[in-house]
Design a protein around this ligand. Structure first.
Ligand SMILES: [Zn+2]
Length: 448
């Protein structure tokens, strides 16, 4: 039997509805090169129009809403996304090009703070609830031989042509065994960072830490990253900003550190923890080794760090199945080494879940919505990341959203339905649309 559920209009705006409201306010402070009184579209409409395309994963959202307005007198652009008028794609591109992406960074923090206030970041706490993990990773999100802006990086390809491209650090909050990663403000790698990939990523990471550390120091955030991050100036910069690090640490790039490690190993003074595990096919030996207080590099001013490694071997053949090592400022003990290593290995989630979801599962990070001459490609990417964060946070904070997503299974089924519903029907908020889906799908049990 289908139960009738009455909804009270305006009850409990979702985090998405609240964020859309904040985007309106925030947009009033954005650079606007137009002068005079003939401003047809507010900056808020322009920002939310772009955001709506990403949030619904529908490049034709605005055209569809214009058609809906014609037939019904109103559209979801006006209701769900609180727009006064629907601008066209070309106008959005023109108006957003001079807007630097930094304007939207605080909105990421506000959304995460709301999530934390609802106790939903608990699922991201590790090491006895004392820390959270923020994974840093550089990703290329655009390249072209033809299209170029003043913030493009350039490289010579083997075919002799110069290619233009963009990369960014896309930090995410991750946790072992938690399938959802939370997007944090990006940091774009720009031409003046240097020519080496390492310089670029380290410089961008330093900027990110300087700008955003205060929001994550209270959560005792540990930054995760690959070997190029395990570099003294960057590690010291992180500690100076009251954050922690747990970075991959390889022998080739850390010779002094490994001389110490080898000396202690030879003297039998490195702590070892071995655990036997069954992987479904055969037994494995998981051997952890760790050593506290070793220099990260040579010289008297070397930063002292703590080192650990995991080697997984086949129990019968003794073949090495996995090996990796890390450097951290967190004191390592027999009690925490396995969890620390698990945290370090969670870094790979960035490649698997954040960047891949963004590139392949509908978020079209690599799709060129417009490049502009100045900031457009960066600002659109930022709004896309914001949409991604809001979907993940909805999963954590909104029971209706979670139930609807679980009921529909595949992500593209959910977005196909959202696109179709928004094309034909009017909703007065995102929360209303979700509730409609929930009721129509006759999902049980009823939410709280
Ligand atoms: Zn560019």
């Amino acid at each position: 039997m289908k139960k009738k559920r009455k909804r009270k209009k305006g009850k409990h705006p979702t985090i998405v509805d609240q964020s859309v409201t904040r985007l309106t306010k925030l947009s009033a402070t954005l650079p606007d090169r137009r002068t005079g009184k003939n401003i047809q579209y507010q900056m808020g409409d322009i920002v939310k129009a772009a955001f709506a395309v990403f949030f619904t994963q529908s490049p034709s959202f605005l055209a569809r809403q214009k058609a809906l307005k014609k037939s019904k007198g109103r559209s979801n652009a006006e209701t769900v996304f609180q727009m006064k008028k629907i601008p066209c794609d070309e106008h959005i591109r023109q108006m957003l090009d001079p807007v630097p992406p930094e304007h939207f960074y605080d909105e990421f923090h506000t959304i995460l703070q709301q999530t934390n206030e609802q106790g939903k970041l608990k699922a991201y706490q590790v090491l006895d609830g004392n820390h959270v993990l923020l994974s840093l990773d550089g990703t290329e999100y655009f390249n072209s031989y033809e299209i170029e802006c003043k913030n493009c990086l350039h490289r010579k390809r083997n075919n002799g042509q110069t290619q233009n491209y963009h990369t960014a650090i896309l930090p995410v909050m991750v946790a072992p065994r938690n399938p959802h990663v939370l997007a944090l403000p990006p940091e774009y790698i720009v031409p003046q960072d240097g020519h080496e990939k390492q310089d670029c990523e380290r410089a961008a990471s330093k900027r990110w830490v300087k700008q955003h550390a205060a929001h994550y120091a209270t959560l005792n955030a540990i930054l995760l990253g690959d070997d190029l991050y395990a570099n003294q100036p960057l590690c010291q910069h992180i500690l100076d900003h009251d954050l922690h690090f747990l970075f991959v640490c390889k022998p080739d790039s850390h010779q002094t550190l490994y001389q110490w490690v080898d000396t202690f190993i030879a003297a039998g003074k490195v702590d070892t923890v071995s655990i036997r595990k069954w992987n479904g096919k055969h037994s494995e030996m998981w051997t952890y080794r760790f050593l506290n207080d070793v220099p990260l590099r040579s010289g008297d001013d070397a930063l002292m760090v703590n080192w650990c490694e995991l080697q997984i071997t086949h129990k019968e053949t003794n073949e090495t199945l996995y090996h990796n090592a890390w450097a951290t400022d967190i004191a390592i003990t027999e009690g925490n080494v396995a969890e620390l290593v698990e945290c370090g290995r969670t870094r790979w989630k960035v490649e698997n879940e954040n960047n891949n979801v963004l590139k392949t599962k509908g978020y079209h990070l690599k799709h060129n919505f417009g490049h502009g001459d100045q900031y457009l490609s960066m600002t659109l990417t930022t709004l896309n990341l914001l949409a991604f964060l809001l979907h993940t946070v909805s999963h954590l904070t909104n029971k209706l959203y979670r139930l609807v997503r679980e009921e529909l299974g595949r992500q593209d089924t959910f977005f196909n339905d959202v696109r179709a519903l928004a094309r034909y029907l009017l909703f007065d908020s995102w929360g209303h649309l979700l509730e409609f889906m929930y009721v129509q799908l006759e999902i049980e049990p009823a939410p709280d």
